[in-house]
Design a protein around this ligand. Structure first.
Ligand code: ZN
Length: 134
């Protein structure tokens, strides 16, 4: 079951240069920055109500964020939904014909297990499922 929008991911060319903009916009400080080496990204999180904004910066030219910025420019990169049971949700979505980028969950930022759906089956929108690690 999808529970809520957990966060919106925004691709930025530099977290150091953009975090202040979002801190001013939301009126709240960034509470965490974290590098996810396996994905080639550095992330920064800001809380807004029950949801978060995740800023994503590439840490190498092969990073999915570097490729996204090259192709589409900066902007909204993905929508992340919180799920109760990510394994069950991936099975359900596969059986409903959605195309997965990750067949099984992997470790993501902010203490989460995550998996992405391919945008070709979700109207061009990159979707992340995430489950809080217990
Ligand atoms: Zn995310």
């Amino acid at each position: 079951m999808l529970k809520k929008i957990e966060h919106l991911g925004i691709a930025v060319s530099s977290i150091d240069e953009t975090v202040k903009t979002f801190e001013s916009l939301l009126g709240t400080p960034c509470y965490k920055t974290e590098e996810v080496a396996s994905e080639g990204v550095r992330t920064a999180f800001l809380m807004i109500g029950e949801s978060k904004i995740e800023l994503l910066e590439a840490t190498n030219p092969e990073s999915p964020i570097a490729r996204f910025l090259e192709k589409k420019g900066r902007g909204i990169h993905h929508i992340a939904f919180e799920v109760e049971d990510i394994d069950a949700e991936l099975s359900r979505l596969t059986s409903e014909g959605f195309q997965l980028i990750h067949q099984s969950p992997k470790d993501g930022a902010d203490n989460k297990r995550i998996a992405f759906l391919h945008p070709s089956s979700t109207e061009g929108v990159l979707i992340e499922l995430c489950q809080e690690k217990s």
